[in-house]
Ligand binder design. Structure first.
Ligand code: MN
Length: 727
């Protein structure tokens, strides 16, 4: 994990050549003992033994025993001084996948924290990224981060990926390419975002090696040759910088560094340059003790070589999104060679190299612990929006729960496509995100293979399968819980269309009544008649005219008369007579509404009020609220109840009862006995008064049913008065 200097750097050393590199716990144990207590090392060793037994007989593609893999992953994590639960989880990270071991087994032996970490890693393992879906890379990265919750899960996953990349050699060509592509697309950027720079560079170079072996080797040779050619120049500059800083009394560590191959390659690709045109394959790094010194060092270097205008960047004042801080400048070196220099403090350097892992890595160095911890905390806070703050180191660790993108959830289709939805989104939102038709026809949902209510809020990583039927249709109740604009607007649109269709159906019935009243059978009206009528009268479609009738925009009698006239049957004089009443079933949907004021029920004499554009509102004949409109006959339509309504209707009754214990229970029991439901009840009565008013909204089949309910209620002694409420 150590970064090479210009002199010792050898990219090919990254690549695993197979054979005999079997990991032993002994080596790891030594590394662990350097920063852990003996009892902690013993715990990791117990995890090692458990894992070794579980993976017994399994081999890696290289021929090594499988246990070598978790041991190596654990070793990588020990470079960051990760804590015991993370190390144990790393040791066990594949046992749930590959062996019958369950999460409960792990929790029992190693505690809940370890089990949760292993489970987190296993969940990430189940997700397979399809490289074709490159556009989804960003979503995928976000999802991985959001799913992990605990940053240690990501660190284990990244170490796992690093070791798999290091041992990719024995795999089949296709698999190598797929894994390398995924690493470049998903895992290297995550490492970069978390500030894990060494890991990031190694992942990129390994991916580059497996994806483009020829380009890799050509570039590697070119860099090696350049290294020879430019060695003199590099050491000259290095000496000059050291001397200058010394002259200015600045204490600093200066190193030369070579950029990693993939970054050189990207630069050539991005700017369309030949290798000979890429000069800044070397950089110099100056580490100083504090921030003021960094700026003084910058000034002294600018007096050594001239800075190239426009190349200076102050990432100390304005840190990068991943918390990186440094001063960057490019100088005109000897022979006009551009020289990149980074200047930063030691603490900034730690974070620049290890990023999120610097918390574990440097927490034991007593003197700077608080400062580093604080910096790391700040870093995490800006990056991860951590809510909880704690001075206590242990508690702080417990609280590093990563929630990078708190406002979004990422879920899958059964085919593995990812959708990003706002937090709080439900299965219905998902259905509409997939396709409008899927939304309109959804009737049920399976979340992670189990049936769930459509209103279920989705969580990160859920696999969501929407079940549709041809006759499914949006439910107005969905509007109560959908959160996406898309779902909302499509449901609204559909309901509007529905209202139109229902209005057209009602309009047809109203028109048929009017035709019969004119002594014409509806079936007698020919298509030709309709066509002529539409041409002469409106230019609208038949369906639109019917909907207009249903919505009260046209009078049925007028349309009926005009239709018959369009028949042109000479000599057949039709006299407009009494228009028959339209029957109401109560199940017409949005085209017919039962007025809330009087709540008509079957058996009540009723009248229809044509509410232009909204449909028909049914009132009782004696409803007081309509009295003033009665004078305008154009607004009214004769309606009557269908003899067979088969539906329960709401009705309101008011009771005055004597204030005695248990009277409400008696009333409720009586209503239930009569086969009615109580939809709502309100009570009012002054304290200490002898009587209470109770207002019930009940559900009854019709007037006869209501009469039965009221008769039963009258038998209760405490009931003084009882009346149905209208208006
Ligand atoms: Mn693994």
């Amino acid at each position: 994990m150590k970064e090479g200097t210009a002199q010792e750097f050898d990219p090919s050393s990254y690549v695993y050549h197979g054979g005999g590199a079997q990991a032993e716990f002994g080596l790891l144990k030594e590394r662990l003992a350097a920063y852990l207590k003996p009892e902690d090392v013993a715990q990791v060793e117990a995890a090692y033994r458990f894992s070794d037994a579980a993976h017994k007989g399994q081999l890696r593609a290289s021929g090594d025993p499988y246990i070598s893999h978790p041991v190596e992953v654990c070793t990588i994590l020990s470079d960051w001084h990760l804590d015991v639960p993370a190390l144990c989880a790393a040791m066990l990270h594949d046992v749930m996948e590959d062996t019958p071991t369950t999460m409960e087994d792990i929790a029992e032996r190693f505690g809940k924290t370890v089990a949760v970490l292993v489970d987190g890693v296993s969940k990430l393992d189940k997700i397979e990224f399809q490289t074709e879906a490159q556009a989804q890379g960003e979503n995928f990265r976000k999802m991985l981060l959001a799913m992990a919750r605990d940053v240690r899960v990501i660190l284990i996953k990244l170490a796992d990926r690093l070791h798999n990349m290091r041992t990719l050699g024995p795999m089949a060509m296709e698999k190598r390419r797929r894994i390398a592509g995924e690493t470049l697309e998903i895992y290297a950027p995550i490492a970069n975002r978390l500030g894990l720079n060494n890991l990031y560079r190694e992942l990129e170079d390994l991916s580059f090696f497996y994806l483009y072996p020829t380009r890799y080797s050509v570039l590697e040779k070119a860099v090696r040759a350049a290294r020879g050619n430019r060695r003199e120049l590099v050491s000259k500059v290095l000496e000059a910088i050291k001397q200058k800083l010394k002259d200015c009394n600045i204490e600093a560590t200066v190193t030369g560094r070579e950029k990693h191959l993939y970054s050189i390659y990207s630069k050539m690709q991005g700017k369309n340059l030949a290798f000979s045109e890429v000069y800044d394959i070397y950089g110099f790094r100056v580490i100083v003790k504090d921030v003021p010194t960094a700026y003084i060092a910058l000034g002294s270097l600018h007096s050594l070589y001239k800075p190239i205008p426009g190349k200076f960047k102050d990432y100390i004042a304005i840190p990068k999104a991943n918390g990186y801080q440094s001063l960057h400048t490019t100088l005109f070196g000897p022979f006009g060679t551009p020289i990149e220099v980074q200047i930063r403090t030691a603490d900034m350097h730690k974070i620049a190299e290890a990023g999120v892992a610097s918390h574990w890595l440097y927490k034991s160095s007593e003197t700077s612990m608080n400062e580093v911890q604080q910096k790391t905390h700040q870093w995490l806070q800006s990056l991860l929006e951590i809510q909880s703050e704690s001075g206590d180191a242990v508690e702080f660790l417990e609280h590093i729960k990563v929630d990078l993108f708190p406002d979004e959830v990422y879920v899958f289709t059964p085919k593995g496509k990812i959708f990003s939805l706002p937090r709080g989104a439900t299965a219905v939102d998902f259905a509409y995100a997939v396709h409008t038709d899927v939304g309109n026809r959804c009737v049920a949902v399976k979340i992670n293979h189990e049936l769930a209510p459509l209103r279920t809020e989705l969580r990160n990583g859920d696999q969501v399968e929407i079940i549709t039927t041809a006759h499914g249709r949006p439910n107005p109740a969905w509007l109560n819980y959908v959160v996406t604009g898309k779902a909302r607007s499509h449901i609204r649109h559909y309901l509007k269309t529905m209202q139109y269709e229902e209005s057209a159906a009602l309009g047809e019935r109203m028109l048929n009544q009017a035709l019969r009243a004119l002594q014409a059978e509806p079936g007698q009206v020919s298509d030709a008649q309709w066509e002529r009528f539409l041409k002469e009268n409106s230019g609208k479609s038949r369906q639109e005219v019917l909907a207009d009738i249903g919505l009260g925009k046209r009078l049925n009698v007028v349309v009926a008369t005009q239709l018959l006239a369009a028949g042109g049957e000479a000599g057949v004089e039709r006299k407009p007579g009494q228009v028959g009443a339209v029957t109401i079933r109560g199940t017409e949907g949005m085209a017919v509404q039962l007025a809330k004021c009087c709540r008509p029920i079957p058996g009540d004499p009723i009248i229809g009020f044509i509410n232009k554009g909204k449909g028909l509102v049914i009132h009782t004949h004696d409803c007081p609220t309509i009295a003033e409109y009665r004078a305008d006959p154009d607004k009214w339509l004769d309606v009557e109840w269908d003899p067979d309504t088969r539906k329960l209707f709401d009705v309101t009754i008011r009771l005055v009862v004597a204030n005695q214990r248990g009277v409400l229970a008696k009333v409720a029991a009586s209503i239930a006995e009569a086969g009615s439901n109580i939809d709502n009840v309100a009570m009012e009565g002054e304290d200490g008064s002898a009587y209470t008013n109770m207002t019930f909204t009940l559900q009854v089949e019709n007037r006869v049913h209501l009469a039965q309910v009221m008769k039963n209620l009258r038998r209760i002694q405490e009931v003084v008065r009882i009346a149905r409420v209208k208006g």
